[in-house]
Design a protein around this ligand. Structure first.
Ligand code: ME8
Length: 473
């Protein structure tokens, strides 16, 4: 039987167009999904859009259009952006789909029947940017640290979810790595939240928010947007909302998220799963933020780089490579155009592109025939596999680029362009051509189009020269 692999991204809010932060998570998930498919695992990759809630209703109002029309348009932009970037998701889920809404309502009924949902008056601070309740302790100078806004005071009747009931069980699962949280600093952050603040019951419905899914037994209430959103990870697999109903692929192997939404993914979401009689996700992997001049790149702060600007400059595969290699996966990284230009020139134009061009040129010019074998460097494969399994995406790339550097050194040392004997030239070029073919195989998940081009080129007996893969900037 084939190993199964299920990977998800957050579903993105459709209050604005996709930006580089969303692109980063989605490309990383795509690289992992492609890698797991390549090594023969039965893979399911889910992404989508989060379309309900006050924030989105407000945006639609400002734009002067009906919320449904507004979300249709923005959701479409996300789908176009992902197509452009060659994202291989198996399904794109939208929380305004009828099936999703029906299953969410069913799930609410299940949790209610179980006694995990009860009515009470709820009061607290609420950040609409996050669509989250906040504690005083979370604020910096009275403001949400992500959105730099003062949270609203909320006071209304609500259906509450008994989050507190799951405190001990979840804490244990996280400690024991039954729910793994990576990197380890993030696990520690979550553990200290459990130990210091602990889980408190939370409002799972809103009276004053109309744009959302109605609570099935009380239509004056709308289901809290995060309760609605989390369930996408199940409804995206065709789950209908029944207790203990285990859809194929659940539990997720990797849920990739940004650090802004770690806490809710490590508290509310797995508690809902327990309430619904389902296993918790196997792993939450948290990456850092893309910063732009030291600030989180975000729609609300208005310092966003659009993915299409990168694609215009570096091409689809160039953009995918730069996003994955620009920073240590898991940490924050400041992105500047200057840095990206330099990295593109060094790694792609002068690195991979130049190596492929030089070697294929010499092979053609000297009519050298070779029989190369794809993926024949077991050691290289194993080290890359190990890094990818640990989701050290940038390190996997570094290993591949070390091979490129070694190949360049070998060529400078042996100078095949100065040799006259065809057999001598062949002896120098053959191992390098073989390296190129092995590298391209491992690059398929990262740069699907370029890697395939190189594989085709280097699988010929008589390799011929190619046009430049990465024109210099
Ligand atoms: O939070 N750097 O949606 P969202 C890196 N709908 N990644 C970034 C980023 C940045 N500057 N900005 C955003 C939501 N991201 C909810 C999720 S899931 C059930 C519901 C990425 O549109 C990162 O993955 O605000 C972050 O977690 C996500 O986009 C937030 O997207």
């Amino acid at each position: 039987m084939k190993n199964k692999f299920y990977i998800t991204t957050p579903i993105y809010y459709v209050n604005a167009q996709p930006h580089l932060g969303h692109t980063y998570t989605t490309v990383a998930a795509d690289v992992l999904a492609r890698f797991h498919r390549m090594i023969g695992e039965e893979t399911f990759f889910l992404t989508g859009t989060d379309e309900h809630g006050a924030k989105i209703a407000e945006k639609a109002g400002e734009a002067g259009v009906e919320p449904q029309k507004f979300v249709d348009e923005v959701a479409n932009s996300f789908q176009i952006a992902w197509k452009e970037l060659n994202i291989s998701n198996d399904r794109f889920i939208r929380t305004t789909e009828t099936d999703h809404k029906r299953s969410v309502q069913r799930a609410m009924e299940v949790m209610y029947a179980k006694g995990d949902i009860y009515k009470a008056k709820y009061e607290g601070l609420y950040c609409q940017g996050c669509e989250q309740f906040k504690n005083e302790k979370d604020l910096v100078e009275g403001k949400c640290s992500d959105h730099k806004t003062v949270p609203q005071w909320m006071s209304e009747e609500a259906y509450m979810f008994k989050l507190s009931k799951y405190q001990d069980e979840l804490l244990k699962k996280i400690q024991d790595d039954e729910l793994m949280i990576h990197p380890v600093e993030k696990k520690n952050e979550v553990l200290s939240f459990y130990n210091q603040q602990g889980l408190k019951d939370i409002a799972f419905s809103r009276e004053k928010v109309k744009w959302g899914i109605p609570v099935p037994w009380d239509k004056d209430h709308t289901i809290y947007v995060w309760a609605d959103a989390f369930l996408n990870y199940l409804t995206g697999l065709g789950w209908k909302g029944e207790e203990g109903e285990l859809p194929e692929f659940w539990p997720a192997d990797v849920q990739l998220i940004g650090k802004d939404i770690l806490r809710v993914h490590a508290t509310i979401w797995p508690a809902m799963l327990l309430s619904l009689g389902l296993p918790v996700q196997k792993q939450l992997f948290t990456h850092g933020f893309f910063l732009s001049e030291g600030q989180k790149m975000s729609k609300s702060l208005g310092n966003v780089i659009a993915p299409e600007d990168l694609v215009k400059k570096y091409g689809v595969d160039g953009t995918r490579y730069l996003l994955m290699s620009a920073t240590t996966f898991g940490n924050d990284g400041d992105i500047t155009w200057k840095y990206l230009d330099e990295k593109y020139n060094a790694d792609l134009a002068n690195g991979l592109g130049n190596l492929v061009a030089r070697v294929s040129n010499l092979l053609e010019k000297n009519s050298i025939e070779l029989e190369l074998k794809i993926n024949s460097d077991k050691e290289l494969y194993d080290t890359v596999l190990e890094k990818m399994n640990a989701i050290n995406i940038d390190e996997a790339l570094k290993i591949i680029w070390r091979k490129i550097a070694e190949s360049d050194e070998w060529l400078s040392e042996h100078k095949p362009w100065k040799l006259e004997e065809k057999e001598e030239i062949k002896k120098v070029l053959a191992p390098i051509a073989q390296n190129i073919l092995n590298i391209s195989y491992l690059l398929l998940p990262f740069m699907p189009m370029v890697a395939e081009k190189i594989i085709k080129q280097f699988s010929q007996t008589q390799i011929s020269k190619s046009e430049s893969l990465f024109p210099r900037i």
